[in-house]
Design a binder for this molecule. Structure first.
Ligand SMILES: Nc1ncnc2c1ncn2[C@@H]1O[C@H](COP(=O)(O)OP(=O)(O)OP(=O)(O)O)[C@@H](O)[C@H]1O
Ligand SMILES: [Mg+2]
Length: 226
C-alpha cells in the first residue's frame, strides 16, 4: 500500500429499489492518506455524505470496493467495522449528534468510553482537547447550554479524542458565519496535522474550497478532481 488510510475504487452506492432506487454515488475513486486534507465540494443532494459514509465504513459500496488500512471493507464483519470506526475514524457529522444529557467534556470522552480506552492519559487528552477548541471553563455545560459554534467545537474535539487515522468532517461549518466557520476549519486542520490524520471535509460552500488543498467536486453522484 502507498500509505493510504482509506480508498474507494469505482465505488457506487444505490439506496432503495424499484421506484425508490437512487444512485447516490456513482463509480467514485479516491484515496486519502495521513497528513492530507481533502475537500469534497458539491451542492445539496450531490452525494457528499454518502461518499464519506463509504470512506468511514458506515456504508458498504453496492458495487466497486472500499479499502481501509489496505483491507477490503466488505471482508470485515459488522463488529470489526464498528471497532475500526471507534479506533481509527473520527466523525464530525452533519447533524452533530452530541448527547444532550452529557456535558461537553463527557461528550468528548464518549468515544474513549465506548472503545474501553479510558486510561488516565487519554482522559487527560480529552480535557486538553476541550481547551484546545476554546471551551475552557465550559467543560460542564450540556450541548443545549452552548452556542451552535461551540457545539461544533465539541464535535471536533470528540472526533479527535481517539487520535484517529482518518477524520471525516461533513459540512462542519455549515451553520456558522464565515469567520466562525474559518476558525473551526483552522482548528480542525491544525489538530489533525498534529496527529498526522488524513482529513476529508465536505462543504457546499464554494468559498471554503479556496482554503482546502486537494479538492474534489461532487455533481449528481459523480466525483471529479476539481
Ligand atoms: N437513506 C437514504 N435513502 C434513500 N435515499 C437517500 C438516503 N440518503 C440520501 N439519499 C439520497 O441520495 C442522494 C445523495 O444524498 P447525500 O446525503 O449523500 O447528499 P449530500 O451531498 O450530502 O447533500 P447535503 O449537502 O444536503 O447534505 C440524494 O439524492 C438523497 O436524496
Ligand atoms: Mg450531506
Amino acid at each position: 500500500m502507498s500509505g493510504g488510510v482509506a480508498r474507494l475504487d469505482s465505488a457506487t452506492l444505490v439506496y432503495g429499489a424499484g421506484e425508490r432506487r437512487v444512485t447516490a454515488v456513482s463509480g467514485a475513486t479516491v484515496e486519502v492518506a495521513g497528513g492530507k486534507v481533502v475537500g469534497i465540494v458539491g451542492p445539496s443532494g450531490s452525494g457528499k455524505t454518502t461518499l464519506m459514509s463509504m470512506l468511514g465504513t458506515l456504508l458498504l459500496p453496492t458495487s466497486g470496493a472500499a479499502y481501509f488500512d489496505g483491507r477490503d471493507v466488505s471482508t470485515l464483519s459488522v463488529a470489526q467495522r464498528r471497532a475500526l470506526r471507534l479506533g481509527r475514524v473520527g466523525f464530525v457529522f452533519q447533524q452533530l449528534r452530541l448527547m444532550q444529557k452529557l456535558s461537553a467534556l463527557e461528550n468528548v470522552r464518549l468515544p474513549l468510553v465506548l472503545a474501553g480506552r479510558e486510561d488516565g492519559e487519554r482522559l487527560r487528552r480529552a480535557s486538553e482537547l476541550v481547551k484546545a477548541v476554546g471551551l475552557e471553563g465550559k467543560e460542564g455545560r450540556r450541548p443545549g447550554e452552548l452556542s451552535v459554534g461551540e457545539q461544533q467545537r465539541v464535535a471536533v474535539a470528540r472526533a479527535l479524542v481517539n487520535s484517529p487515522a482518518l477524520v471525516l468532517a461533513d459540512e462542519p461549518t455549515s451553520q456558522l458565519d464565515s469567520a466562525s466557520g474559518q476558525s473551526v476549519l483552522e482548528l480542525l486542520e491544525g489538530l489533525c496535522a498534529e496527529i498526522g490524520a488524513a482529513v476529508v471535509i465536505s462543504t457546499h460552500d464554494q468559498k471554503m474550497r479556496e482554503r482546502l488543498g486537494e479538492v474534489y467536486e461532487m455533481r449528481d453522484g459523480v466525483l471529479s478532481q476539481g
